[in-house]
Write a protein that binds this ligand. Structure first.
Ligand SMILES: Cc1ncc(COP(=O)(O)O)c(C=O)c1O
Length: 406
């Protein structure tokens, strides 16, 4: 078997739309990017969308738009990709790392409440909808993430890199917080190769992002090389960035967007297969989905090999790879990354759930093209690895502790 960890499906209108861009003679930002923005904003129910060249760029524009300043503190979960935290450092601000819930990998309202109490001067939260499941934005007769942010005057930026299309209740992720940032990186639920979307209902944030997305130039100048009527004059009002999305990428994005519902349903098919076939194994924990399965985008399916399993996570990965099954790890937490550990003198003991997850987590393949036979093979392999008594006779190797270098 050769089952890659991730595989994109490009059998829609991708080539057709790319061809249109090539024939137009203009490859970078223009009508396709604009169309992608309009389709996206309309779908998630937001007023504004600004297409950029990565989710990292969108997150950077977001912390800039809400006015994060050097020395400010911004909360972010430790169980995330480094991009969620690095944008805080871009602004000279400092991340306050939050632990996550064991089953969902999400920042829960209880965790946030405690963190706000311990860090009363914090300015904002960058919330990650881990794996494609929304955090609990509202809870009946209590304070959800949204209430807590509002009640404590915190700006809320949603890192929705995993979460398109994801719902909380009947509402798509994209309009809960001040700004929501999506990723269209090559392995995401829809892709443009590299790309991202900055989404907001706040006109001032949108206007700021549009200016900062292209060098801090004061108005749209896409057509300055192609239109005879276009003004050659422009001004630079801020030292901005080069974050615009090219039409070549947007062309792929529109084609992917057209099939996003189908992709999501197919990913759910894989998740359901895993729940049905691996749910009874006592040595592993499956991801907890607290809402309807349909609200989840199923970007990743992270299982956790429990400490009592006869095989360690690292050995499990080795064996899966030997069987021809691609797997990955989401994530080595930020508090274990050398830069953050040294800069902020971080102690893993302060993130007990993220630690438990990190020691055992492995993400299984999940994508529309996975066949039943492949899913069956993956499940059979997982079962035999986590139940095989033969492994009990092998010493269980220690997970190396990066925090001490041992
Ligand atoms: C949670 C999270 N945030 C942000 C990013 C950054 O996305 P991009 O590669 O589009 O910049 C990623 C990428 O994997 C991610 O997983």
């Amino acid at each position: 078997m050769n089952i890659p960890f991730s595989k994109i499906s490009l059998t829609g209108n991708e080539s057709h739309y790319i061809d249109q861009v090539l024939k137009s003679g203009w490859l970078t930002t223009s009508s396709k990017a604009l169309k992608f923005e309009q389709l996206f904003a309309e779908f998630v129910g937001a007023k504004f969308a600004c297409a950029v060249n990565s989710c990292t760029a969108a997150l950077h524009l977001a912390v800039d738009a809400i006015g994060i300043r050097p020395g400010d503190k911004v909360m972010v979960p430790t169980l995330t990709f480094t991009a969620s935290a690095e944008v805080i450092r871009y602004m000279g601000a400092d991340p306050v790392l939050l632990d996550v819930e064991y089953g969902t990998g999400l920042v829960s309202p209880a965790i946030l409440k405690r963190a706000i109490k311990e860090n009363p001067t914090v300015k904002a939260l960058i919330l990650v909808h881990y794996a494609g499941q929304s955090a609990e934005m509202m809870i009946p007769e209590g304070e959800g993430i949204l209430d807590l942010c509002r009640n404590h005057n915190l700006n809320l930026i949603e890192d929705a890199a995993h979460a398109f299309p994801t719902k909380f209740g009947n509402q798509f992720v994209g309009t809960f917080g001040d700004i929501t940032c999506f990723s269209f990186y090559a392995n995401k639920t829809i892709t443009t190769g590299e790309g991202g979307m900055f989404v907001t209902n706040n006109e001032a944030y949108y206007k700021r992002a549009k200016i900062m997305r292209l060098h801090g130039i004061n108005h749209d100048i896409w057509d300055r090389f192609t239109s005879l009527n276009s003004s050659w004059q422009y001004d630079v009002i801020e030292p901005g960035f080069k974050y615009n999305m090219a039409d070549l990428n947007a062309a792929i994005g529109i084609a992917q967007f057209e099939r996003a519902g189908y992709f999501r349903d197919e990913r759910q098919r894989c998740a359901q297969f895993y729940y049905k076939n691996l749910g009874q194994l006592s040595n592993i924990d499956l991801p907890v989905c607290y809402g309807p399965l349909e609200n989840h985008s199923w970007h990743i399916f992270p299982i956790i090999i429990r400490p009592e399993a006869p095989i360690s996570r690292n050995r499990f990965i080795e064996m899966m790879t030997n069987e021809g099954i691609g797997v990955s790890v989401h994530y080595k937490p930020i508090h274990r990354m050398t830069y953050y550990r040294l800069a902020y003198n971080l102690n893993p003991c302060n993130y007990p759930n993220a630690e438990l997850i990190w020691q055992g987590t492995v993400s299984l393949p999940i994508y529309p093209d996975l066949t039943e036979a492949e899913l069956e093979f993956i499940c059979q392999t997982v079962k035999s690895l986590v139940s095989n008594k033969a492994y009990k006779t092998l010493p269980i190797e220690k997970v190396p502790d990066e925090s001490t270098g041992s």
